[in-house]
Design a protein around this ligand. Structure first.
Ligand code: OOG
Ligand code: MG
Length: 266
């Protein structure tokens, strides 16, 4: 037990972060950290590893663009067997243009999720109520998250997935609306080639996606991160994730907010 929670030296964190970063760049998944003898990380070390994977991206020229909450809906938690919300970091290199395309071969085993995005107009951190958190919001938009676990078979423990930046891989943003739109219970339809693959409601996200927004501020404070003005906050999937397929046109429509989408080439 002691070895499981012992704080890892920076050299080890760097080594694990590099393995995850390589897996992402080569689209070649690796074994779960927790599957190896003495491989399991503490949650704290998992967030240190996550921050290090982001530092590698920034070194290559990416710029931080926001954060994402994950496992904030019952459907997602049940799908992955991990029942605690997680926090990940976004960079501009992950942004897929609305109407743009991605190549299937660039990913290990990509999935998509219907989400709501908030755009911050001022920095926030610590314990805030959802209403307080909303005073920092400039706009809201429909969003699709592309997740892609760097672990084999898309399986992981809580600490594994946190170290792997909560499977963050890409995100697509629809039109921005004023923040006075009530996002508590908006119908959401995710379509592949014009056929609905997931139907849900934004209420599935912690009961209200603004709760997830407030949670992001708490996670930022606890993980030594910063939510800056101009950052995007993805509130988490409203439904289970759907595996992407080549030659697929993906579209999300959120009631009141509108649509966004992208194409997957073979
Ligand atoms: C972890 C990330 C989950 C969400 O919106 O729930 C997530 C995963 O399922 O790979 O992004
Ligand atoms: Mg997500």
């Amino acid at each position: 037990m002691a070895s499981k929670t012992k704080r890892r030296p920076a050299t080890e964190i760097n080594r694990i972060a590099k393995a995850l970063d390589d897996a992402q760049r080569k689209a070649a998944p690796i074994a779960q950290l927790s599957s190896k003898k003495d491989g399991a990380l503490s949650l704290d070390d998992a967030y240190r590893t996550q921050a290090t994977t982001i530092a590698l991206r920034l070194k290559r020229g990416d710029v931080r663009s926001g954060v994402k909450m994950g496992l904030t809906s019952r459907a997602k938690a049940a799908q992955m067997g991990v029942f605690e919300p997680v926090y990940g970091r976004l960079t501009d290199g992950m942004l897929v243009q609305d109407g743009g395309s991605i190549a299937f071969a660039d990913y290990c085993h990509p999935r998509v999720e219907p989400e709501i995005a908030y755009l911050l107009k001022s920095s926030m951190s610590g314990r805030l109520s959802p209403t307080e958190a909303m005073t920092h919001v400039e706009a809201v938009a429909p969003a699709i998250e592309i997740i892609d676990s760097r672990y084999r078979n898309f399986k992981f423990s809580l600490e594994d997935v946190v170290a792997d930046n909560t499977s963050a891989s890409g995100y697509v943003l629809g039109p921005w609306a004023a923040p006075d739109v009530d996002t508590s219970n908006l119908g959401m339809v995710l379509e592949f080639n014009g056929r609905a693959v997931e139907v849900g409601s934004s209420a599935a996200i912690l009961g209200h996606p603004e709760r997830s927004l407030a949670e992001a501020a708490r996670f930022a404070a606890e993980t030594g991160d910063e939510l800056q003005a101009g950052f995007i906050v993805l509130a988490g999937a409203a439904s289970a994730a759907t595996a992407l397929t080549p030659d697929t046109s993906v579209k999300l429509t959120v009631e009141v907010l509108g649509s966004t989408g992208f194409n997957v080439t073979g």
